[in-house]
Design a protein around this ligand. Structure first.
Ligand SMILES: [Zn+2]
Length: 600
């Protein structure tokens, strides 16, 4: 072999062979989560290897240290936030953050050496601008979290990103205008300052301008490749938020796409029918969905303040049942409700995009369906909730505007409750604003009864008191209809009033998961379905997750032949089987018994 072809071969291997071997090894092990020690070790070695390769290739000396240290500080500062906010960050998560930081240092240092090898190289200004852009890209994740924190004093959450992504242009502008203040300016200044400091820290770096092109190219492929691989999997703090968000936005898009397919399938589903024991005259069922209501602040569950006097009074009657161990499947609205309102749940393999909604099933057996909501209707991207609500025969949105503040208090829903034909079968689903954050804005003056040193808790408790009143008014109005059979109330998830954001999957606690559930039956319904009533009564203390609300409703409404319906997950069945050890949460990733009740 001639020297020339040897050179070509070795260059080729360096250019593509080495990156190929490294990345495919990584990819092979990467198929499972970074929680595996093997993957974590391989990834650490790779990150350190990349950094070392940059140092050796460009013959870096101590002058590079200042830049590297600055990037490290910027990246790791998010963990100070995590510590300060008491996020449940595990040692493994810290380790992953450190590994990712090393990769980021290798990335920015590499581009600094390639772009600005010498003080007076050609196109100096252009190169400098490019380096600032690279610095911005590298520092984007930590800066996103830090700037948002400065501007709003809260941790950016997937809820916020989703809400913004679902806002259309005009609403987005409105959101920005109504929220912009000097703190946003402060955040912008902070962003510019951090990028400036990082670029400045690299200013005196000296490197070998004649570094081999092949080696540099090889390093570039490995660096970009491993960052690319890391993005969907590594748990560097801001990622946890971004990752959850993007996955869920994909699911929402899919859910909407599948709507036609589901309706098509439903029309061919001949098994679906009403049980012959159903009242032939007409049936009215009401499902009320609460917002951010934690069972820990409800008097009926033992809370020391009288937050639910109406409920407490109602429970003295035999037709009214309170369930004591109910948990949310996910501590955020859209996610929790896309399980609660469809036949997808944590115990079956049904994807949300393929799942039938309660409304679709009810319509298929001839129910007239209503959706009443005091929550805000999302804009550009529809969520499963707006897709579900759009399939109802009648939709009533009291809060048409995009403003999260809302225009009306929840009582407006009572006023707008439709007068329905008692000779028909009707399902009314009501979505309250409930105890959504900015609690004081959810409650009219006359319900602001709790006061005290802890204003946040007082406002939160006032919102519970008000919801108690609103639900009772809905019940009073509904039961006047002779067709009334049952009212079911549950909350999408709980809340920790003192935690920033109130509820968040990144920092989930017992109180964010424990929710209320109660069922009010009519006299006639109880008498005609004594077995069902007895089963409900027996199951009052059993464990339950609110993704199974669909199954409970379908059973109460006496709909049979629902695909994937399991009697053992039906709370109104004698065969109901869930207990503390088998009840799931966090979309099936955790068991309820992994959470413990902390008093605070
Ligand atoms: Zn919610």
């Amino acid at each position: 072999m001639s020297n020339y072809s040897k050179l070509v071969l070795s260059s080729f291997f360096k250019l593509f062979g080495i990156p190929f071997v490294v990345l495919s090894t990584l990819y092979y092990f990467y198929d499972f989560s970074l929680n595996s020690v093997v993957t974590a070790v391989i990834y650490s070695v790779l990150a350190l290897g990349c950094l070392l390769a940059v140092i050796v290739t460009f013959k870096l000396n101590k002058t590079a240290l200042r830049g590297m240290a600055t990037v490290a500080i910027t990246y790791l500062s998010v963990y100070l936030v995590a510590l300060k906010m008491n996020l449940n960050t595990t040692p493994m998560e810290y380790l992953k953050g450190v590994i990712f930081t090393v990769l980021a240092i290798a990335f920015i240092t590499f581009f600094r050496c390639v772009l600005l090898p010498k003080k007076d190289c050609a196109f100096y200004t252009l190169r400098k601008v490019l380096f600032v852009i690279i610095a911005f890209i590298t520092l984007f994740l930590p800066l996103l979290l830090l700037c948002y924190l400065i501007a709003t004093n809260s941790l950016i959450s997937s809820d916020i990103i989703i809400a913004l992504a679902q806002t259309n242009g005009a609403e987005g502008a409105e959101f920005f205008v109504s929220n912009v203040n000097y703190k946003w300016l402060l955040a912008l200044l902070f962003l510019i300052a951090v990028i400036y400091i990082n670029c400045k820290a690299y200013e005196n770096l000296t490197c070998d301008p004649k570094a081999k092109v092949t080696t540099s190219f090889s390093i570039a492929i490995i660096l970009i490749g491993s960052i690319f691989l890391a993005i969907p999997r590594i748990d560097y703090l801001p990622f946890a938020v971004v990752k959850v968000t993007s996955r869920q936005l994909d699911n929402f898009a899919l859910y909407k796409q599948q709507k036609g397919v589901r309706l098509q399938k439903l029309s061919t589903l001949t098994s679906l029918k009403l049980n012959p024991d159903v009242d032939k005259d007409g049936n009215l069922f009401v499902l009320v969905i609460g917002e951010s209501q934690s069972a820990s602040h409800i008097q009926a569950y033992g809370y020391q303040k009288a937050t639910t006097p109406k409920l407490v009074e109602r429970l003295k009657e035999p037709n009214h049942l309170l369930f004591n161990n109910v948990f949310s499947s996910w501590p955020q609205t859209v996610q929790a409700l896309s399980y609660a309102l469809t036949n997808a749940n944590q115990y079956n393999q049904v994807e949300v995009s393929d799942a039938y909604s309660l409304i679709e099933i009810a319509r298929a057996v001839g129910f007239d369906t209503y959706w009443l909501s005091n929550q805000r209707k999302y804009g550009m991207y529809e969520t499963p909730i707006t897709v579900i609500s759009s399939t109802a025969n009648h939709e009533i949105w009291t809060n048409g505007s995009a403003k999260m503040e809302g225009v009306f208090f929840d009582e407006e829903l009572v006023n707008r409750l439709p007068k329905v034909d008692p000779n028909k079968n009707t399902l009314i689903i009501i979505h309250l604003m409930g105890s959504h954050q900015k609690y004081e804005k959810r409650v009219p003056k006359e319900f602001r009864q709790f006061t005290g040193a802890d204003e946040v808790v007082a406002s939160y408790d006032n919102s519970i008191l008000y919801t108690d009143y609103v639900v009772d008014e809905i019940y009073n109005k509904a039961k006047k209809n002779p067709a009334f059979k049952a009212l079911v109330y549950f909350s999408d998830h709980g809340e920790e009033p003192h935690v920033v954001g109130g509820h968040d999957p990144v920092n989930v606690t017992y109180q964010m998961l424990k929710v209320p559930l109660f069922v009010y039956l009519s006299d006639s319904y109880r008498k005609n379905h004594l077995n069902l009533f007895e089963s409900l009564k027996t199951n009052e203390h059993k464990y339950f997750s609110n993704d199974l609300i669909f199954d409970l409703m379908v059973s109460l409404m006496r709909i049979e032949g629902v695909p994937n319906f399991e009697e053992s997950l039906n709370l109104s069945s004698k065969k109901y089987r869930l207990d503390k050890a088998s009840t799931l949460t966090m979309y099936g990733k955790k068991h309820i018994n992994e959470f413990s009740e902390e008093k605070n």
